[in-house]
Design a protein around this ligand. Structure first.
Ligand SMILES: [Mg+2]
Length: 224
């Protein structure tokens, strides 16, 4: 039985791609977007683009707070219902993201996911709120990070599922985690081909059909 469900953030729980929004706000969109796409499609290693993107954007504290509000405004249809149903049925929900932790924590709060179950990349500011670097020791700022987080959680074979849209989400399979692809925001061919299950979208509600038992599904009301 599935006991732990991990969700990607960008283009999965929220329709937003955070780094692209920050880039647009900083007037850097044209420089950043192709790097992001290459990383997510698996054509460039994440660690190679991660530092360069942030070094260009240099997000201030107020920008990251703003991004948290954008994540919440962009919550994907069905996401709140799915997370609530999973938690009510006794599953532990985590958010595993290469995004910036303060913004992902803001979204997690909306879902009632505790901070200890939020895995993302911390970002630092000076006293004036200026960008002062990110947590370069975080595995989530590089390739293979989601598999590493899964290993640290000591998940048992067959008890965990990760729901996501991109190449970094597929890496969780290396840690014995079942991968459910979600194409409701962004359809990526690598995920369509390699995921254990694939949801076309636009709603996340079908995730419950994959994870919950038929008996459990009969006991919930999702508004579908
Ligand atoms: Mg994503």
């Amino acid at each position: 039985m599935i006991k732990v469900v991990l969700f990607d953030c960008d283009s999965t729980l929220s329709a937003v791609e955070g780094i692209n929004l920050l880039a647009r706000r900083a007037g850097m969109e044209a420089a950043i977007a192709p790097l992001t796409r290459a990383a997510m499609d698996g054509r460039l290693p994440l660690e190679e683009v991660y530092r360069r993107r942030l070094a260009l954007i240099r997000p201030r504290r107020e920008d990251v707070d703003w991004l948290g509000a954008q994540y919440i405004a962009g919550i994907v249809p069905g996401a709140v219902e799915v997370v609530a149903a999973l938690q009510q049925s006794g599953r532990t929900v985590h958010i595993v993201s290469g995004g910036l932790k303060p913004a992902v924590l803001a979204l997690a709060g909306r879902f009632g996911v505790p901070a200890a179950q939020v895995h993302a990349v911390d970002v630092f500011f000076d006293d004036a709120g200026n960008y002062a670097g990110f947590d370069e020791s975080s595995p989530l700022a590089g390739s293979g990070g989601k598999a590493e987080i899964c290993r640290r959680l000591k998940l048992k074979p067959g008890e965990a599922v990760l729901v996501g849209d991109g190449a970094t989400d597929l890496e969780a399979a290396h840690a014995g985690v079942t991968v459910i692809g979600f194409g409701g925001v962004a359809r990526r061919e690598a995920m369509v081909r390699r995921a254990d299950a694939y949801i076309e979208g636009p709603s996340l509600l079908p995730v419950l059909n994959v994870i919950l038992t038929p008996r459990e599904r009969g006991n919930i009301r999702t508004g579908e």
